[in-house]
Design a protein around this ligand. Sequence first.
Ligand code: FES
Length: 122
Amino acid sequence: MKLEIMQLEQLPVHTGRVIQVFGHEIALFRLGNGKIRAVENRCPHKGGPLAEGIVSGDYVFCPLHDWKICLADGNVQSPDTGCVKTFQTEIEENRIYIMIEPQEQGERRESLVPEQGLVNQK
Ligand code: FES
């Protein structure tokens, strides 16, 4: 599904922002070329907060140990290996949208929320 996140001007170029969508913590970036990238805000190495990383071109450098991660496909660049989840985004009339499927919400909650917490979830 397509969810509106924020106005384009609320996201400065090269400055990561963290948003919460369906239980995912997502790092959002606006690149120098105007594109918006969205990736899970968790480095595949040791969980570094990618939103606080340095952005260069289509890459972010993790703030903890400087792994280089492609924001387009989520792939960690050599010599390191791994992948971070990416989310498709769109810009329409100066608003940023993210594509995220509702079933991902269920998967995430089942894996992270304690059982008694699920009873009270809406
Ligand atoms: S946690 Fe990101 S490089 Fe180590």
